[in-house]
Design a protein around this ligand. Structure first.
Ligand code: TAP
Length: 450
């Protein structure tokens, strides 16, 4: 079976790729299982060298990978280059790990006690369509570095860069069976990762609903699981902030990648004393946001991923109080303009639910206490920002907001050397930074009697 791959900026078919059935998935998992003993036995320095070589080959193909992502996912060329570069950086970062998976020697009576960080075996990685390259890399780079073998399922809508990365790994000398791309449906390929006993861990990024079903499925075999799920992050602007800077940053913090970002700061909380002033600063920034052909270097935002998704996003705007709307091209492709909605209560649907589109909801707040209460009034807890010149407030609010990553006077969430992941129903476990490695190893304790 095959699946057509569509360019979301034009609606045209780019190519078609295989959609694997159960027997083929099982064959891939068997290959990964057979490759595991050899891969875990590769000397640490040699495994590090192979990962660095893989990074170098990604670097050599950076433009090609970026161009593929522009056409397959509708990402702007600027973002797509960053994303391909992120895969390279993450591979280089975790190439340092094989030689540093250092255990402990623990003082005990009667002998020697040492710990080892053992790889788990075959790791199944399930990737969504919103950031196909980085999310794949955040899983496979630390998993491989720790000595696991990997089967990776890209989203059906966006398989092209993952398939290419699988080829580049082989070109770099990563042995056959160690890193395989298994394209196909979540209900077949993804589910098989959950049920197949040889897959020892599932890393899933996507919707909270599917994440919960994967967690429940994994419980049957006490399978390890990392979940990176939805978000409804708050961008809190206090009256004492640099309002110009905060207003200039707010559009990209929610409209980047057309809002199809689990870290999107889609709830804007503005202190009521500066509410009108802030909206007046925000409006021109939103109207100036450049939504255009994503292959154009000036583009700040491309199309949505699919026609069906555009219908879902539009349903949040129908009947809502629209403050102002930016621009978007007309005609072919799944375009949607940056849209700012006024929330009238924290119960409003667009305020509560993850829209996963270029829609920003705004609500005023009275004081610090109310800002924290409103920010935390959600089942999610992934990311967020706060803007203030008061250091004490920055620290108090950072500690009080229930979220895995928070930025003060900035809107960035992801740095490959720092941990990333959710609190509450935004996820389980951490990706990136040193913490990710714990998720791909089990600690073994060995006691040698003297
Ligand atoms: P999901 O349906 O959760 O899909 C994410 C990945 O999981 C895809 O590879 C998908 O495969 C696979 N999958 C689907 N059902 C599965 C199952 N039963 N078992 C195993 N794997 C399964 O997300 P979506 O449809 O792409 O997006 C829906 C909503 O999820 C979005 O609107 C957004 O709210 C949220 N979302 C969040 C994120 C992040 S980064 N947290 C990313 C994407 C989406 P297919 O290729 O067959 O779909």
């Amino acid at each position: 079976m095959t699946t057509d791959v569509i360019n979301p900026a034009t609606g045209t078919v780019l190519t078609s790729v295989p959609s694997l059935g159960l027997a083929e998935v099982d064959q891939a998992i068997d290959r990964a299982q057979r490759a595991f003993p050899g891969w875990r036995a590769v000397a640490p320095g040699e495994r590090a060298r192979l990962l660095r070589r893989f990074a170098a080959v990604v670097e050599e193909h950076l433009d090609e990978l970026a161009d593929l992502e522009v056409r397959n996912a509708g990402h702007t060329i600027g973002n797509a280059r960053w994303e391909a570069g992120n895969v390279r950086d993450v591979l280089n970062y975790y190439a340092g790990a094989p030689e540093r998976l250092i255990g402990k020697q623990i003082p005990v009576a009667g002998g020697l006690d040492v710990t080892f960080h053992e790889p788990l075996g075959v790791v199944g990685i399930i990737v969504p369509w919103n950031f196909p390259m980085p999310i794949a890399g955040w899983g496979f780079a630390p998993a491989l570095a720790a000595g696991n073998t990997v089967v990776l399922k890209p989203a059906e809508l966006t398989p092209l860069t993952a398939i290419r990365l699988g080829e580049l790994a082989l070109e770099a000398g990563v042995p056959e069976g160690v890193f395989q791309i298994v394209p196909g449906k979540g209900s077949i390929v993804g589910q098989r990762f959950v049920t197949h006993p040889a897959v020892r861990k599932v890393c899933f990024t996507g919707s909270t609903e599917v994440g919960k079903s994967i967690m429940a499925g994994c419980a049957d075999q006490v399978k390890r699981v990392t979940l990176e799920l939805g978000g409804k992050s708050a961008n809190i602007v206090f009256a004492d902030a640099d309002l110009e800077k905060a207003a200039a940053a707010a559009p990209a913090s929610v409209f980047d990648n057309a809002g199809q970002d689990c870290c999107a700061r889609s709830r804007l909380l503005v202190q009521e004393s500066v509410y009108d002033k802030f909206l007046a600063l925000l409006e021109p920034a939103v109207r100036a946001f450049r939504v255009q052909d994503p292959s154009d270097a000036a583009a700040e935002m491309g199309p949505l991923i699919s026609a069906a998704h555009r219908t879902t996003v539009a349903s949040y705007v129908e009947g809502a109080d629209v403050a102002f709307v930016g621009n978007a091209p007309e005609g072919d492709g799944w375009w949607f303009p940056p849209t700012v909605l006024l929330a009238h209560s924290p119960g409003d649907r667009h305020w509560r639910e993850e829209v996963f589109g270029p829609v920003l909801s705004v609500l005023p707040f009275r004081d610090e206490q109310e800002a924290v209460r409103l920010a935390n009034d959600t089942e999610y807890g992934l990311s967020g920002s706060l803007w203030t010149r008061d250091l004490g407030r920055a620290l108090r609010v950072s500690r009080a907001v229930e979220t895995g990553a928070l930025s003060v006077n900035s809107h960035s969430s992801v740095r490959y050397w720092t941990p990333f992941g959710g609190m509450k129903q935004s996820g389980l476990g951490r990706e990136l930074g040193p913490d990710a490695l714990h998720g791909f190893t089990d600690v073994k304790n060995v006691f040698l009697a003297s």
